[in-house]
Ligand binder design. Structure first.
Ligand SMILES: Cc1ncc(COP(=O)(O)O)c(C=O)c1O
Length: 378
């Protein structure tokens, strides 16, 4: 695949991956090498897609992916078990309450927007659910203020630490005495050092910073694996079953696991989450500064709450009657200029530039230049 002719892909997910990962994953689809190496090892004569998930070769890929997740994402193996599960992050919205709900203790959520809302709706199906704080009154343009200690006595406290649609991000993960904190870190995991060990349970769909869709990385504290569910649940939806089977309770997404391993190797070789944080801050700052300096474009999220991964903006400086048409024209001309997938989520409208780890700084420069030129002739 020629990278020179590729458009800059601002997709929110599935999203851009490093060119090296595309290359190596495609090599493994043609032929997986011995012991899970995609290169520099004897060939197996077989594609990754046609070998058993219990084979020695795939076993090496799976083990490496889990070990790298512990190492690169700094999730300690002595406190947390890593699971690679099907069903994306959406399945976790249901599994979390099914597994962690305790009798007489409400499940407590912070409402930051679309994804938190979906998680809350699933919890309500299972039992008493409370919303500790919400930023609905400001159209989810910030993370609401809340006192984590107000969640004491809860089954757990759930946070969506980066809202992919609204473009807001928590700066840290709080701790609550005696209450597991559960986080959905789908759209910013691996983007910076994050104290992921603070979460009793965390999850991230892999199709943004970690690989491709259909796979979810879950990390869960060992003691939480021992909890007896308060109501019967299917074996397949119990974390303990997946932990006992080392995520091989059923045939896993073998391709997704290979891509996860490749992305984590890439992340490690780039200097890990520290190096990534520097790049991501630089990219996001450049874009937010351009938005703040513009009289046509306007960032949606409030300063101090803005996501470094999903930058949401409008053409708020255009006359109101003309805004929709101008936005359409902007998106269409941007696409023609090779800046694709900038349309905001249908529920909030406007525009969104998702600039995950693999998104190049030059692509942000190109967008900023394009916005300036568009504004000059608007
Ligand atoms: C923050 C967040 N949570 C959950 C999901 C749902 O993930 P999936 O479609 O993999 O189930 C998404 C998807 O974009 C997301 O951004």
């Amino acid at each position: 695949m020629s990278t020179a002719s590729r458009p800059y892909n601002f997709s929110a997910g599935p999203a851009i991956l490093p060119a090296e990962v595309f290359q190596r994953a495609s090599e493994a689809v043609v032929e997986l090498r011995q012991n899970g190496h995609e290169r520099d090892a004897a060939g197996t004569g077989l594609s990754l897609l046609e070998i058993s998930h219990r084979s020695k070769e795939f076993g090496a890929v799976h083990e490496a992916a889990v070990a790298l997740a512990h190492e690169v994402l700094r999730i300690p193996a002595d406190t947390h078990k890593i699971l690679l599960l099907p069903g994306g992050a959406t399945q976790q919205f249901a599994m979390v309450p099914q597994n962690l709900r305790r009798d007489g203790r409400p499940m407590v959520y912070v409402d930051t927007g679309a994804w938190a809302g979906k998680a809350i709706a699933e919890a309500r199906i299972q039992g008493p659910t409370e919303v500790l704080a919400s930023s609905k009154d400001v159209s989810y343009t910030k993370v609401p203020e809340f006192d984590p200690s107000a969640a004491e006595g809860a089954s757990y406290l759930h946070l969506t630490t980066n809202e992919t649609i609204g473009g807001i991000e928590y700066s840290s993960i709080p701790e609550v005495d005696g209450v597991p904190v559960v986080i959905d870190a789908s759209s910013h995991i691996g983007s910076r050092p994050m104290d992921l060990h603070r979460a009793g349970l965390g999850y991230a769909g892999t199709q943004k910073n970690l690989g491709c869709s259909g796979l979810c990385l879950v990390w869960i504290r060992h003691d939480l694996l021992e909890l007896e569910p308060v109501a019967p649940i299917a074996k397949f939806f119990r974390y303990q079953s997946h932990a006992k089977a080392d995520s091989l309770l059923n045939t896993p997404n073998t391709f997704g696991i290979l891509v996860l391993k490749l992305v984590l190797e890439w992340l490690r070789d780039q200097g890990g989450v520290d190096a990534m944080a520097k790049r991501n801050v630089a990219k996001a700052t450049r874009l937010y500064e351009a938005l703040d300096a513009s009289s046509l474009f306007a960032a949606m999220a409030q300063p101090g709450h803005r996501s470094n991964m999903n930058v949401t903006f409008t053409l708020g400086g255009a006359p109101e009657a003309d805004q929709e048409a101008q936005t359409k024209r902007f998106l269409s001309e941007a696409a023609q200029a090779g800046l694709v997938n900038l349309k905001g989520h249908r529920s909030v409208g406007g525009c969104r530039a998702s600039i995950y780890n693999a998104f190049p700084a030059e692509g942000v420069d190109a967008l900023v230049e394009f916005m300036r030129a568009f504004e000059a002739k608007a």
